[in-house]
Design a protein around this ligand. Structure first.
Ligand code: ADP
Ligand code: GN1
Ligand code: MG
Length: 368
């Protein structure tokens, strides 16, 4: 959705602080995210992306930008060393004071180069695109293998700590701030019945069986950019949640959308189905991209991670519904409930396909 929102005075001052080329022609709202505001800025020389960070969610916005600066430079240097094309990589546009962001009127603004001739998919059943997406994520993990995770700050503590998310959910249930719990008892029970999912990845990280890496942490399909002619993977965008994490977070979170036949906001739950072919294509690409940068202990849990990450976000949407929609942007009153239901239906779907998913994993990963 592209909406014309050029308020000359609002944006001219902000954009005037950044090192961009040319005169600004227009600023348009862009993107469909639940957290930040994204704008496409066109000048007579080049397009750019301007974003205002949600500082309620990202309280440590300086840490967020610092993480992105470190990771994108590391990625760039590694690509150069390996002779890979850097044209389609993301980088921050500096301000005239040589900073990576601008803090103005309580808002944090940052700019990126515009990735040319590229696009995102909200959903697709094109297996070549899904394999490319999987490859792109695997390659991202492989590129950052060896990047010292202690250099990166944890911008949202315990973001994918499913055990802590579960405790937060129980808090929301106890408080029932928006008086909605009694009408959604079945959804709540579905979550409560699956408490055992919460510790599967987290405990293995805590005991050191699964390594902490630098991961993306928000790998839904619309954060993958593809070349709009060749459909080759260009890069991952939406880098705000880059933090120390597990590759299982990224793989599982990607599968919940890549292997779903319906969008997050689908009201007809009969359309929410798990597609094994999509899963297979993404997995195949992922294993190719990550190469030997994955440990056996991680690989063993790839199929399980889809269930856990889908469960986690379903629980987060339901929690926000109980809290009265204080975290995710909503455009309809029951939107968080609708989102929770698609995700929890996906969990049920994944549970039905677990054995087949494991079999497919063995087909492509031989070292288990
Ligand atoms: P959000 O998910 O919070 O809306 P994103 O960073 O994912 O924010 O950006 C929203 C949309 O803007 C993307 O889906 C993509 O279409 C477009 N976009 C974002 N960054 C770029 C970029 N650097 N180059 C080209 N398009 C971009
Ligand atoms: C949010 O910003 P966006 O829409 O890409 C959320 C993710 C969720 C996702 C669900 C910082 O991502 O964790 O998986 O919505 N980001 C944050 O659609 O909470
Ligand atoms: Mg996004």
């Amino acid at each position: 959705m592209v909406r014309y929102v050029f308020h000359e005075m609002d944006f001219r001052e902000i954009l005037g602080n950044f090192q961009i080329k040319g005169n600004v022609q227009s600023v348009k709202a862009f993107g469909a995210g639940h957290i930040n505001e994204t704008y496409l800025v066109s000048t007579d020389c080049a397009p750019y992306i301007l974003q205002s960070l949600n500082t309620q969610v990202f309280k440590n916005y300086e840490g967020v930008i610092d993480n992105i600066a470190k990771v994108t430079s590391f990625q760039r240097e590694k690509y150069l060393k390996e002779g890979k094309d850097i044209e389609k990589l993301l980088y921050l546009i500096k301000t005239k004071d040589n900073n990576n962001f601008l803090y103005e009127n309580g808002k944090c603004y940052r700019m990126f180069n515009f990735i040319k001739d590229s696009m995102v998919y909200q959903q697709t059943d094109d297996l070549n695109i899904l394999e490319e997406a999987g490859f792109g994520l695997g390659d991202f993990i492989a590129t950052l293998n060896g990047f010292d995770a202690t250099q990166i700050c944890e911008v949202i503590p315990n973001f994918h700590n499913t055990k802590i998310r579960y405790e937060d959910f129980k808090r929301a249930l106890r408080e029932d701030k928006a008086f909605r719990a009694s009408a959604v008892k079945e959804d709540i029970q579905f979550v409560l019945d699956r408490e055992n999912y919460c510790s599967i990845i987290v405990d293995k990280i805590q005991s050191g069986v699964i390594p902490l890496r630098v991961t993306h942490n928000d790998t839904k399909l619309n954060n993958f950019m593809f070349d709009n002619k060749t459909n080759k993977f260009s890069c991952l965008i939406d880098l705000d949640t880059i933090m120390p994490g597990s590759l299982l977070y990224d793989f599982g979170d990607a599968i919940r959308i890549a292997a779903s036949e319906a969008g997050e906001e689908e009201r007809d739950l009969s359309k929410v189905k798990f597609n094994l072919d999509n899963y297979e294509a993404f997995l195949k690409g992922f294993l190719k991209g990550v190469g030997n940068n994955i440990k056996k202990e991680e690989a063993k849990l790839l199929h399980i991670s889809a269930k856990i990450m889908t469960f986690e976000i379903g629980m987060r949407f339901l929690m926000d519904y109980l809290d009265g929609d204080v975290y995710f942007k909503v455009h309809e009153e029951d939107m968080n409930l609708v989102r929770a239901r698609t995700q929890l239906k996906m969990v049920h779907e994944i549970e039905q396909h677990e054995k087949e998913m494991e079999k497919i994993l063995y087909k492509y990963y031989n070292n288990i």
